[in-house]
Design a protein around this ligand. Structure first.
Ligand code: F6R
Length: 614
């Protein structure tokens, strides 16, 4: 959480930093701040609120060195004082930080005993003063002082620091939170950011620091990277960025979320492109092929993930078990990591994460590796921590997802996982070649069907109008669409703040039915063929208690149409792939309800896109 940006070179740092912060606002947006070096001094501006509030507050915008920060509060409430950057007591050092220093209280007391004073409640202010204390006590350069200080802290961090007495240098370091360095032409300028989006128009050359690494960035020189703990020099791995500016802009849509919902036909296509080879009748995925033995010898597959990615894992459980007849367990990464799970070298663990930075998922991966499991990553962000930490993996290729509520990441995760399940099914012989070919064909039809579904935009908007004042909402689904019910409920609550719950439809009578009255909208996914009659009975039960029914039905279904208050038609498809379709109107419904309630759709309160803290 929190976004960091920085610049050193000959351009005006303010524009680059502000632009960058706006792109990083998805990471946290309860306060923002920046520091600029100008005229031998530093000017810090910070404020509770968004980057737009920071722009309004900033008076001095000159300087060719600076750092910026957009915050998702951990220590200390969101207010002006707790906002970053933080300066040291002498006023010489300045820092922006993403992460948590767990032992900050002990360090703070020690520093207070030595006469340091603190203005904020943050762990970050403690860290910058610790760096200052180390610098003063040891008479070392800033880089060394940062290194010594970081060896004393417990926690997670991505930091950027500079010293106003040495304005040709920025020090950055990471442990558990991402940081990228953009390299300007001839090393004449450098960019620093939590991801590459802030500097994409300036350079395509970037270095992603690994955990426990720090970099000394000096204008006119190559970046020097060291391991923070053992002090060894590390070779800089310069990567060519593939992202382009268009991908991270709204492209005419009112919100990133809407843009990303509409990108799904293309994103799903990109996910199977080059992997699903229908003419040859095969699926080719290098990460799976290279490790086929591990998959085939596994006693079971354990999936670890959080939030929406966990929902994709639940869909995968149904698909893997059906196609490849392999037992699957799906675990919240946050639970898995702390419960001494029974995992051995016979296990395959699949970690799913859009950002590739989620702290709990990362910790679950490390634990699974320690226990000898083979860990396979399904990530969207290329080069992310999870992508690097796993033994092998498959990217979703959804393109940057900026809206905080996950949309295209979910459908592309399901696509990748379905491809893997199909591939394993063939390798294990649990699926005949004709059925396999039929599924390949079906999967290729999905982008067109999603496109068609997106045309019902206005119909969903009309339904949204009727329910925007609801305070509660139930989502019901069965089989492959039970996880979609969970996902639909999560989307609604996170962006519109309406309380919503998802249930397997048959569970309704075990409790939730008590909630149904004439003010309760119930969204029922009634597309499945396997449990169709049973779901229809559930709809009758809701109807007789005067609940309002919004039903997702297969095109042409007249039975449910007669009972439901509203219907949304879903193109017919093979049931295992139906989540790729049923999800779409649920995303649109929450989007329109949230917009009509004047909620900030792309940046819902209290949330952040990338959860790099526990
Ligand atoms: C919900 C949402 C979150 C994320 C979760 C995991 O819309 O976006 O629930 O799915 O924080 O994030 P990743 O997939 O980046 O590990």
């Amino acid at each position: 959480m929190c976004g960091i940006t920085g610049y050193i070179g000959s351009k005006n740092a303010y524009d680059i930093i502000i632009n960058g912060l706006q792109r990083l606002e998805y990471r946290g947006y309860d306060s923002a701040g920046l520091v600029l070096y100008d005229n031998n001094d530093i000017n810090v501006t910070k404020t509770k609120g968004k980057v737009s509030d920071l722009i309004a507050k900033t008076t001095n915008t000159t300087g060719q060195l600076g750092l910026g920060h957009t915050r998702w509060a951990t220590h200390g409430e969101p207010n002006d004082v707790n906002s970053h950057p933080h300066t040291s007591n002498s006023g010489n050092l300045v820092i922006v930080h993403n992460g948590i220093i767990e032992n900050y209280d002990t360090i703070k007391k020690e520093l207070q005993n030595r006469g340091y004073t603190f203005h904020s409640d943050t762990d970050t202010e403690v860290l910058i003063n610790l760096i200052e204390e180390v610098q003063q006590q040891n008479g070392v350069k800033l880089g060394k002082a940062v290194q010594i200080a970081l060896n004393q802290v417990i926690g997670a961090y991505a930091i950027a620091v500079f010293d106003k007495r040495k304005p040709d240098e920025i020090i950055v370091a990471r442990l558990g939170s991402p940081i990228a360095i953009g390299i300007g032409k001839d090393f004449e300028e450098y960019f620093v950011a939590s991801d590459a989006s802030p500097f994409i128009e300036y350079t395509k050359n970037a270095i992603y620091l690994d955990d426990e690494e720090m970099a000394i960035i000096r204008v006119g020189r190559k970046v020097k990277i060291r391991n923070i703990h053992d002090d060894t020099l590390v070779d800089a791995n310069v990567q060519k960025l593939k992202m382009n500016l268009e991908q991270i802009e709204k492209g005419g849509y009112e919100h990133f979320m809407l843009k990303e919902i509409h990108e799904q036909p293309h994103a799903i296509f990109d996910t199977y492109r080059g992997r699903l080879l229908r003419n040859e009748g095969i699926i080719k995925m290098t990460g799976v092929e290279d490790n086929m033995k591990k998959f085939l010898n596994a006693d079971r597959i354990t999936i670890v993930a959080c939030g929406t990615s966990w929902h994709a894992g639940l869909v995968a459980e149904y698909v893997f078990e059906e196609f490849a007849r392999v037992p699957v367990e799906v675990e919240y990464a946050s639970e898995f990591r702390y419960r001494n799970p029974i995992i051995s070298e016979k296990d395959v663990v699949i970690a799913i994460s859009q950002s590739g930075e989620t702290a709990d998922t990362l910790a679950a991966i490390k634990l699974a590796k320690e226990k000898g499991a083979f860990v396979f990553g399904v990530c969207n962000v290329v080069g992310s921590s999870i992508a690097r930490e796993t033994h092998a993996g498959a990217y979703t290729h959804a393109g940057p997802e900026i809206g905080v509520a996950s949309t295209k990441a979910f459908t592309t995760q399901i696509t990748v996982l379905s491809l893997i399940a199909l591939r394993l099914a063939r390798a294990k012989g649990t699926m005949s070649s004709s059925v396999f070919r039929m599924y390949l064909q079906e999967l290729q039809l999905i982008p067109k069907k999603v496109e068609k579904l997106l045309e019902i935009d206005n119909h969903v908007k009309d339904i949204a109008k009727e329910y925007l004042l609801s305070t509660n909402c139930l989502y019901l689904g069965r089989g492959y669409n039970f996880p979609v019910a969970l996902e639909g409920a999560l989307k609604l609550k996170e962006i519109s703040y309406i309380h919503a719950e998802g249930y397997p439809a048959a569970e309704m009578k075990h409790g939730p039915i008590a909630l149904i009255d004439d003010r309760m909208p119930v969204i029922v996914i009634a597309t499945g063929k396997r449990h169709y009659e049973k779901v229809v009975s559930n709809i009758q039960e809701i109807k007789s208690r005067k609940g309002k029914i919004i039903a997702l039905i297969t095109e042409g279904d007249t039975t449910v149409r007669e009972i439901a208050d509203h219907v949304i038609e879903i193109p017919d498809c093979e049931e295992p792939f139906s989540p790729l379709l049923t999800t779409i109107p649920l995303q649109l419904l929450s989007y329109y309800i949230a917009v009509m309630r004047n909620c900030n759709v792309d940046q819902p309160r209290n949330l952040a896109k990338s959860v790099t803290v526990e």
